[in-house]
Ligand binder design. Structure first.
Ligand code: BES
Ligand code: MN
Ligand code: ZN
Length: 496
């Protein structure tokens, strides 16, 4: 990971060295601090706005180098647009500023605008956006074969009206960002580096934050009867792992929130092998498990007042002499039998056993699973929304709210008896594919057969967690999708 900036918070005032980020409000007005700088530079800021025909549109930036009369290296103007700003806008504004300030070693962001209040929480969100934008996965880029020298971290100061409130909010926001970046790292790492065992070690590392982590190995999984999960793993020379991460910061004995993640470290498709073109992307088929790990990082690091458990199934889906065949029938841990029609529909097989195990073992308040489960959800929703499927209207509407607040948005798709019928099998209780139509829904119907009457949401993150577009707060591919969404769900509805 690239060296991340260091953040500090201070009261409003005019910065005099390095790069200054200033906001331009409606009708191109400047806040008091920015106006003072403009005066000091004999109107250089306003002249630059005019010369560049800068209109102050939301997230638009204008860079002014070596402004006359000031010791600043540069001023970066960021437009606030015309509309009321929401939380996700504040993070995006920080991201846009960071993008424009690329390479600057000292950045002062003046969280002030004419006619818009930027409170402590908003100032902290700007810092979060900056941190997320600064992340770049450059671990494997060398300087002509030699490891790159670590760059010194940039120093960022957020100057705001309520810097005490801002730095209080930051105590949480910075670790939520860390959780998001951990998820990105896991998704970005290639599968030769991050196999089931190595991923499990990353989960184990959460113990340093006070989480309890248990790793189940092959023999224990066999004893538990997780044959659906084991069937996926049997074509790989790398043995599977299940990692269970517990953060018990809530009331003793209170039913835990359970988060389940698909962690296919590489998905070749198995014997139903995928085409070569684009197969390298399947190193990201553990995006659900990465988000669960990042979430447990965030909850543990900010000592959330909640009992939360993350459980991830870590396997590699490979074709070899011992690989599972189409037509094979496996008995899942629940006792239900599954005919494997297509070995490339492996994620649901992994999740089936984890959902059953979680329901029986943890007696959860709810279960939410995250999985890069189907290509079909990308066709339906693109990267703009994750697909959600659920047996609980309340949980769905809460999750939608968290999506709107964080910008990690979700869209509900239907479940019904009629879709469920599509996965009935001639030879077993069910088959693992439902045909070409409604592919994301039949995958969700499959999972539903393992959740019993526990409140449950399945989030299909195939379009959002990996191969994601560049945004103001992400340089693309691995987004860390799900960490901020679920942290927010927990914070708003299940803490204290
Ligand atoms: N990991 C894939 C889904 C996927 C596709 C994730 C593209 C990210 C990007 C999953 O295991 C898979 O192969 N699903 C199949 C299911 C089919 C065989 C029923 C799919 O979507 O084609
Ligand atoms: Mn697959
Ligand atoms: Zn897969």
């Amino acid at each position: 990971m690239a060296t991340l900036p260091l953040f500090q918070f201070a009261s409003l005032g005019a910065p005099d060295t390095g790069a200054a980020v200033l906001f331009v409000g409606k009708s191109l007005t400047l806040g008091a601090t920015a106006s003072a700088l403009d005066d000091k530079s004999a109107g250089a800021i306003k002249r630059a706005i005019k010369a560049a025909d800068f209109k102050g549109g939301l997230l638009k930036t204008l860079q002014i180098l070596a402004p006359a009369g000031l010791d600043l290296d540069q001023i970066i103007l960021v437009g606030l647009g015309e509309e009321a700003l929401t939380e996700k806008d504040f993070a995006a504004l920080g991201g846009a500023a960071m993008g424009a300030a690329k390479g600057a070693k000292e950045i002062s962001l003046v969280a002030e605008a004419d006619g818009v209040t930027i409170d402590g929480a908003a100032a902290s969100l700007m810092a979060m956006g900056m941190k997320l934008r600064a992340y770049d996965f450059d671990l494997y880029k060398t300087e002509k074969g030699k490891p790159k020298e670590a760059k010194a971290a940039a120093n960022v100061t957020i100057l705001s009206a309520d810097s005490a409130a801002a730095s209080k909010a930051w105590a949480s926001d910075t670790v939520i960002a860390d959780g998001t970046l951990l998820a990105r790292d896991l998704v970005n790492e290639p599968a030769n580096v991050l196999g089931p065992e190595e991923f499990a070690a990353k989960a184990k590392a959460l113990e340093a934050l006070g989480a309890e982590v248990e790793i189940l190995e092959q023999a224990e999984l066999e004893k538990l009867g997780m044959n659906a999960l084991l069937g996926v793993a049997q074509g790989s020379v790398r043995a599977p792992r299940v990692a269970i991460m517990k953060w018990l910061g809530g009331k003793k004995g209170e039913a835990p929130l359970v988060f389940v993640g698909k962690g296919v470290v590489f998905d070749t498709g198995g014997i139903s092998i995928k085409p070569a073109s684009g197969m390298e992307e399947m190193k990201g088929d553990m995006g659900g498990a990465a988000a669960v790990t990042g979430l447990l990082h965030a909850l543990s690091a900010r000592k959330a007042k909640v009992n939360a458990i993350g459980i991830i199934g870590l396997v590699e889906n490979m074709p070899d002499g011992n690989a599972q065949r189409p037509g094979d029938i496996v008995t899942s841990m629940s006792g239900q039998t599954i005919e494997v029609i297509n070995t490339d529909a492996e994620g649901r097989l992994v999740l089936a056993d984890l959902l059953h195990y979680s329901k029986e073992t943890f007696k959860p308040r709810f279960m939410i699973d995250l999985a890069t489960l189907t290509g079909a959800v990308i066709v339906a929703l693109g990267a703009q929304n994750a697909g959600i499927f659920s047996n609980s209207d309340e949980l769905c509407s809460r999750l939608s709210g968290s999506g709107e607040a964080t910008g990690e948005t979700v869209w509900r798709l239907p479940l019904s008896k009629e879709y469920d019928k599509m996965i009935d099998s001639k030879f077993a209780d069910m088959k693992n594919t439902g045909g070409r139509l409604a592919g994301s829904i039949t995958a969700a119907q499959f999972l539903k057969r393992f959740v019993g009457d526990v409140d449950w949401v399945h989030i299909d993150v195939a379009g959002t967690a990996m191969d994601a577009p560049k945004t103001e707060i992400s340089q693309g591919w691995a987004s860390g999708f799900g960490v901020r969404l679920l942290d927010r769900l927990v914070r708003d509805h299940y803490e204290g």
